[in-house]
Design a protein around this ligand. Structure first.
Ligand code: SF4
Ligand code: SF4
Length: 381
């Protein structure tokens, strides 16, 4: 669990000095930079630049607004069993404004927000979770007597970068589902004069937030995005194309009902509603809970939560997705088992190889994470 640290990263200290003070050695730091290179899709030749830039960074001001939302995103980003260097980078969020994590409350905290924006005009990173309700002049969300829209517009005006975290900030999420009683919208509907990056998902993956901040701190700009504002390094591929159950899809091996023999064997969840073929997200790679698992890994179909308006467009969640591009699966899925009978052995072998490679990679990652956690300093509780 993340707690605000008693060794805060002070404004005049570089990140390199701060990490050294926290007991992080250079090897661990370079390992972290290497993992960020991999996550961001950069070649290893960029590692020295990332390391040099990050080391020299002085504590940036981060202001984190929570608007109309459930706080699940904050939990996803900040809750971790093993604090990593990425968490240390995120230590910064407790320092300026984050109303769930701050010890203070009321007028003092709202003053801290105003002071921080004034002191860091044009330089702070604005992180936003939650949607903006517009119906009835926005009265469904007020903080300190002001509407979410007013607070967001003011905070965005002088921000160097705006990062929307979660489906609520992306398009309004569950509050914007039909009939959308509060008139909830995503923050890009409000902030139209500067780029907004959307770390999509309900909730999104904490590592993607860290990597996006690292990209901004290293290169001074937000990463390349798709038309939804999602960073391409993370959301450039469909779940279906990275899924460890894909060999079963290709072999026509499907779970028919939950808890059948196929479910126990870990076959494809397409027939019980998986939206992986229409969903762009890095879930199979990053996973959740310190890379322990993810929905499909745990036997539940993907519900498409990184896609806009998924509560309406992906429902019913346990209904089959029609017209899967490139395979024509809807017309073939009921007969494909027979049609592929001869090819089934090859399919199973392909699946075994794919799964074996996946498991090997996964095991290596887990071992590396365990040894990194063992050699880095644990944060105080
Ligand atoms: S995106 Fe999902 S987890 Fe995040 S605040 Fe909204 S409802 Fe909660
Ligand atoms: S349909 Fe779902 S479970 Fe099946 S391979 Fe695609 S993403 Fe994986």
């Amino acid at each position: 669990m993340y707690y605000p640290t008693s060794h805060p990263w002070s404004a005049d200290q570089t990140l390199g000095d701060h990490l050294a003070e926290r007991g992080v050695n250079r090897r661990d730091f370079l390992e972290f930079c290497g993992s960020m290179c991999a996550v961001l899709g950069l070649s290893n030749s960029m590692l020295p630049r990332i390391a040099a830039q990050l080391e020299a960074v002085k504590r940036p001001s981060v202001i984190w607004l929570q608007l109309q939302e459930c706080t699940g995103c904050v939990e996803s980003v900040l809750r971790t069993a093993e604090p990593t260097i990425g968490d240390l980078v995120l230590d910064v969020v407790s320092l300026d404004y984050q109303h769930t994590l701050m010890a203070g409350a009321g007028a003092a905290v709202e003053k801290a927000l105003a002071d921080s924006m004034a002191a860091n005009k044009g330089k702070y990173v604005l992180v936003v979770t939650g949607s903006v309700p517009l119906n009835e002049n926005g009265i469904f969300l007020t903080i300190g007597g002001r509407t979410g829209r007013e607070i967001l517009e003011e905070a965005a005006r002088d921000a160097a970068a705006v990062v929307g975290v979660g489906a609520c900030a992306h398009f309004g999420s569950v509050q914007a589902a039909r009939p959308n009683p509060t008139g909830a919208v995503g923050i890009r509907e409000i902030i139209t004069d500067k780029p907004v990056v959307n770390i999509a998902g309900c909730p999104p993956i904490g590592d993607v937030v860290t990597a996006t901040l690292v990209h901004f701190l290293t290169f001074g700009r937000l990463p390349e995005m798709d038309s939804e504002g999602r960073p391409l390094f993370a959301y450039g591929k469909r779940i279906h194309d990275q899924c460890p159950r894909r060999a079963h899809f290709d072999a026509g091996q499907y779970v028919e009902v939950f808890d059948d023999e196929a479910a126990r064997k870990g076959w494809c969840l397409y027939k019980v509603g998986c939206k992986g073929p229409a969903t762009f997200s890095p879930c199979p790679i990053f996973q959740w809970n310190t890379r322990t698992s993810w929905p499909i890994g745990a036997g539940h179909p993907c519900i498409g939560c990184t896609e806009p308006f998924f509560w309406d467009t992906m429902a019913p969640f346990y209904g089959r997705l029609p017209n899967v591009a490139g395979f024509g699966i809807e017309s073939k899925v009921d007969t494909i088992g027979a049609a592929l009978a001869i090819g089934a052995t090859a399919g199973v072998v392909a699946h075994a190889v794919a799964t074996g490679v996946y498991q090997l990679r996964h095991r290596k990652k887990a071992e590396a994470a365990a040894s990194a956690a063992g050699s880095s300093t644990t944060k105080e509780g």
